[in-house]
Design a protein around this ligand. Structure first.
Ligand SMILES: [Zn+2]
Length: 252
């Protein structure tokens, strides 16, 4: 890179936390994980009471632990210090707003949730592997990914427009004593065919691919079913080889 310029190293931007309203103020490197101490980027209205508009009194901080996207499979945990306030006039208490970093009460940062969804849908990771890389419980990872999948899909009502090529992909979602549970992922491959961008997630349906896809298709309006042209089973968007049917999984 002749002539390339470099900025000073900066953990906040490296971990992409500037996009989520956080600033890294400390790091703790452990053999099997990284903890980044963060503060919330202060906003002008942090200290003002939402009820009466008076200036609140600082009431110390609370810590919020968030799993963040891993770095090289090493789990990264954010330890976020959140300032608390109290209104002396109306007794209201509140904290700095951290919704840019994570959903209220969530255990995963927004970046971690996105990483997990991409890992499952595009990279074919198991929920167990995702949970391991995020250092969270299986159920935590599973719930976060399903919520995010729904949120991403529901937020995009036009996602079925202009779909010409559909990919259908079966995932072993969970191994149980009584067998495997499956989720079938429906993908729009039109952008790949046209060379205009990556594949898009269209839907996630519980069940095995053939039956699940049939049921899913039957639920679409007839005009839409008649409109698209082709579908195929796909390992994942792009041209990855078909992975084995059953993925070896580690213990939960
Ligand atoms: Zn007040």
């Amino acid at each position: 890179m002749p002539g390339a310029t470099f900025d000073a190293p900066d953990l906040t931007t490296f971990a992409r936390l500037d996009e989520f309203g956080l600033v890294v103020v400390g790091q703790r490197l452990e053999p099997d994980r990284v903890v980044l101490a963060c503060r919330v980027v202060a906003r002008d209205d942090d200290a003002f009471c939402r009820g009466c508009g008076a200036v609140g009194t600082p009431r110390g901080t609370v810590s919020r632990h968030l799993a963040h996207e891993p770095f090289g499979w090493r789990p990264v945990t954010l330890l976020v210090r959140v300032r608390c306030y109290r209104c002396e006039a109306c007794r209201r208490v509140w904290r700095q707003d951290t919704t840019a970093a994570a959903e209220p009460r969530a255990r995963l940062s927004r970046a971690a949730v996105h990483w997990a969804l991409v890992g499952l849908v595009v990279q074919h990771l198991t929920v167990a592997r995702v949970a391991e890389a995020l250092a969270v419980a299986w159920h935590t990872a599973n719930a976060a990914v399903l919520d995010e999948g729904r949120r991403v899909l529901i937020d995009d009502e036009a996602r079925f427009d202009h779909v010409a090529v559909i990919g259908v992909d079966e995932h072993v979602w969970r191994h149980t004593r009584r067998g495997e549970k499956y989720v079938t992922v429906v993908i729009d491959l039109t952008p790949i065919r046209d060379g205009t961008g990556p594949a898009r997630l269209l839907d996630m349906v519980e069940g095995r691919s053939k039956q699940a896809f049939k049921t899913w298709l039957a639920g679409r309006p007839k005009s839409w079913r008649d409109g698209w042209r082709s579908w195929r089973w796909t390992a994942s968007p792009g041209s990855r080889p078909l992975p084995p049917r059953n993925y070896p999984t580690r213990s939960r």
